[in-house]
Design a protein around this ligand. Structure first.
Ligand code: ADP
Ligand code: MG
Ligand code: MG
Length: 499
């Protein structure tokens, strides 16, 4: 990853009392002008609340914080107050969730479309090619996935110039923060309950966030469809995971509310301890796996050797419900996002014209690098584009002059490498002031936000069991930073204040 951590260049706030008094009746602006003593009080209360309610991550300065729960915890980075967000855009984003859920399912069934769209990318991107290999093998054996579970997160930014809600990307694997995002919404409601009068803010304007409950419910319903009361849900995890509490929230609710057991294994452990039984089911030791839930496996780093690929293939071959299946995973690639944005492609997968129009309205400009005019424009004005490789997890995109340099380099080499990237219109959200809290310190910063809407989808053959918008995640980052990952260290968790 290339961008600096949020914690590096923050200065302390120096707002004055007068500013607070003048603006107290203006809720939209209130976060800019909070009395410093009130800020201190809010920060203190927020830090206590986070510690008491499990809004926490592993502290990277503690060696075992990524492997052992309960050791070396620190509060998750958060925005002190919810970000104002217009209700009409919120409704729009929520409405899109079930349509994207359906789209992912439809596209996943078109194996040829996925293979064709990614055929050139495959030649230059080893990781994508390994995923496609597994996908091909499943096509060859006519592998059927009658029960399909998707736990997605569609991310958006509000483009200031066009005033459009535009999709950044659709995550179909390891969509994170269903656990912690609910807690941030609760934290903000708590702070507004305690101090809302002084702030001129109403706690009820923070929409309820039940992401963890809804994701756990979808996992439980999938487990139920598998119909083996002794089977477990397998969380496939990275060997070191400081965001483990976000995951533990999900498995905790799964057990506490639904009585479903979870086991946690790395890809290497799945390879060592897993086997396919004669009936096609996946066993880890003596436990049958009903659902494989991936919180690893989306990055080449997750596959340091052939063992991990072997484990991935074995899981895919099994009768377990995969969240995501290899097809769902591929639908979430940036290349497929770009292909779906081409004219008349959505229409191949969705019949409802209104649905198609709603999706298209949130698509930003997306291009492959074999469109010479677009590449030319991007070389001239690199700052209004983002160059993206087929990667997940933040920190992989190319911005500004690096876009130009890379495009020129690719042109000079006239190389196949071009197929590894897509070009995207850069979205510019309006910046505002916010208080960001990281490692116990509060920083007032000029920020921009990205809204993620969780979506859950479960079907068994023709029966759609779940298709819903399932909570949200607001992430806020300093406006000067290009990337936005919270785990990657660029952003903080936030919620929204409807305006
Ligand atoms: P990843 O799968 O790694 O999360 P994203 O496409 O979400 O990849 O890009 C990472 C981050 O880069 C986003 O969270 C956002 O902050 C920023 N970003 C991505 N695309 C754009 C864009 N078109 N305009 C502005 N910022 C973008
Ligand atoms: Mg992503
Ligand atoms: Mg992203």
């Amino acid at each position: 990853s290339s961008s600096p951590s949020l914690s590096i260049d923050f200065g302390k706030s120096s707002e004055t009392e007068e500013m607070h008094v003048e603006n107290v009746a203006e809720p939209l602006l209130v976060s800019q002008f909070v009395l410093p003593t009130l800020v201190d009080k809010l920060v203190y209360d927020a830090l206590v609340w986070s510690s008491l309610h499990g809004l926490v991550t592993g502290d990277k300065s503690f060696q075992r914080s990524g492997t052992r729960p309960g050791v070396g915890l620190v509060h998750a980075p958060f925005a002190l107050l919810p970000m104002p967000f217009p209700e009409n855009y919120w409704n729009q984003a929520c409405e899109l969730a079930p349509i994207f859920n359906e789209l992912v399912d439809r596209v996943s069934l078109d194996g040829k479309f996925l293979q064709d769209c990614l055929s050139r990318t495959k030649k230059v991107d080893r990781f994508t090619s390994r995923l496609l290999e597994i996908h091909s093998k499943m096509l060859e054996i006519n592998k059927e996935e009658p029960i399909r579970l998707g736990l997605h997160r569609s991310d958006y930014m509000l483009d200031a110039e066009t005033e459009l809600l535009l999709q950044i990307e659709l995550n179909t694997i390891s969509s994170s923060f269903s656990g912690l995002s609910c807690l941030v919404s609760e934290l903000h409601r708590y702070l507004l309950n305690q101090h809302g009068k002084n702030l001129g803010l109403n706690p009820r304007s923070v929409p309820t966030n039940s992401a963890v409950g809804q994701f756990a419910e979808a996992l439980a319903k999938a487990w139920n469809e598998y119909n083996n009361s002794r089977a477990v849900v397998l969380f496939v995890i990275q060997p070191e995971e400081r965001n483990m509490y976000d995951q533990h929230w999900l498995s905790f609710v799964l057990k506490d509310i639904h009585g479903v057991n979870t086991i946690r294994k790395t890809l290497a452990e799945v390879d060592a301890e897993g086997q396919l039984l004669p009936d096609g089911s996946l066993a880890i030791g003596d436990q049958i796996v009903a659902v494989v839930y991936f919180r690893a496996g989306y990055s080449p780093n997750d596959y340091p050797s052939e063992l991990e690929w072997h484990a991935r293939l074995m899981m895919e071959q099994s009768t377990s419900i995969k969240c995501p299946s290899i097809s769902y995973h591929l639908v979430g690639t940036k290349k497929i996002q770009q292909e779906l944005a081409k004219p008349f492609v959505l229409e191949r997968f969705l019949e409802d014209k209104e649905d198609v129009a709603k999706l298209r309205k949130c698509f930003a400009g997306l291009w492959s690098l074999d469109e010479p005019e677009v590449v030319k424009r991007a070389i001239e004005r690199p700052e209004v584009f983002v160059l993206k490789p087929q990667r997940e997890g933040g920190g992989n995109n190319i911005y500004d002059n690096d876009v130009k340099d890379m495009l020129i380099k690719l042109q000079q080499e006239n190389s196949e490498e071009q197929a590894a990237y897509i070009l995207m219109q850069r979205i510019f959200p309006a910046a505002s002031l916010s208080y960001l809290v990281r490692e116990g310190e509060c920083y007032e910063k000029q920020v921009i936000s990205e809204l993620g809407i969780f979506g859950a989808y479960l079907r068994n053959n023709d029966k759609v069991i779940v298709n819903s918008q399932s909570g949200y995640l607001m992430r806020t980052k300093v406006s000067s930073s290009n990337e936005g990952g919270v785990a990657a260290g660029y952003a903080v968790l936030d919620s929204i204040y409807l305006t």
